[in-house]
Design a protein around this ligand. Sequence first.
Ligand code: ASP
Length: 443
Amino acid sequence: MNKVVKFGGSSLANAEQFKKVARIIQKDESRRYIIPSAPGKRTPDDTKVTDMLYGCYNLAIMEDEYEEEFEEQLSAIRARYDDIIEGLGLAVDLTEEFKTIRTNFTRKAGRDYAASRGEYLNGILMAAYLGYEFIDAADVIFFDAAGNFDGEKTNAVLSAKLDETERAVIPGFYGSMPDQKVKTFSRGGSDITGSIVARAIKADMYENWTDVSGFLIADPRVVKNPKAIDVITYRELRELSYMGATVLHEDAIFPVRREGIPINIRNTNSPEDKGTLIVEGTCRKPRFVITGIAGKKDFASITVEKAMMNSEVGFCKKVLEVFEKNEISIEHMPSGIDTMTIFVHQDEFEEKEQKVIAGIHRMVEPDFLELESDLALIAVVGRGMRATRGTSGRIFSALAHANVNVKMIDQGSSELNIIIGVRNHDFDDAINAIYDIFVKTMI
Ligand code: ASP
């Protein structure tokens, strides 16, 4: 058995958290490759080291004027690591490392270089604490000259390197470009590094340790104490993340998915919880008919009506072209026989709305055009829905009981999700009504 284990920033925020992490790693022999994030927040109003580094770099490039602030900020960053070193009783001295960082900052080595030092230094400490080999991600994770991740080169170099390395710590979040410059993924990108390493060693499992016990069926800010999801498929997860559920970086799914490696989301502060298992497919019967509910607010809809629109060749294309020309992305597009409705982000649409209306008139001469704003979209996702009759019926009667007026409904052809449009102010009630009928009443 081979596992890749990634720990998020809150799992490594101080020496106490490092100790928990080491206990988790030492409990299972197969946890051989460790991916640390940078130290995160120790308390809710604390600052992540990554953000401190971005701030410090901004001061560095403003040069002389901010020299004092720059030095202060760099010392504050060093203090975060020295605290950990002291708390763990490590014989590590970061003086030389900070000298190099200081020089590179003043030479304007780049924002990505600056941010990457958070993971880099944490990796050094973690390797020393565990007695594992340290592998600099810049030597094994590659981007091309345009800054896109180079999966094939990375996979070849990384798997060869790890083949000869029994146990290693590889910092998350960054790699290097052909000119040796450091490049990072987008924020939260250590999740991606973990997935890349899991692919390279064809791991049996990619464990992603964070501060929650997995994905929850619904957003805890909307539903009180929602249950966690035991098992979710990659496709279900994709639907839910798209609609705003966050725990894992969206791009972290692709490398492991192509190798069929499961991801297990676990809680460092509650290691006995099983967390959520993310898999390609499963025969295991879902506990509830629905796997999860997620949603987003603040959409506008544009309904275009024209008799016989279905028989007019290229009608939809012409309407969509108007949005394309105005650089407005389309979120969702349910259609009827003589109508089509386009959902867009309200803030993107507002300033261009008159141009869009005029454009549609010019392109397709509609009989009627209607705009609505302050709408929310809710996705009810579940592989269990395919095998269960009456799911949509139950959703709509629950919403009717909760006095929620449904503006739109769309069932994806995969039968994996149902999307419902409601007014913004009905958003919480709608999600709670759906949660109650499928989860609460079933417990
Ligand atoms: N430390 C980086 C961030 O804060 C990357 C990560 O934690 O995954 O975004």
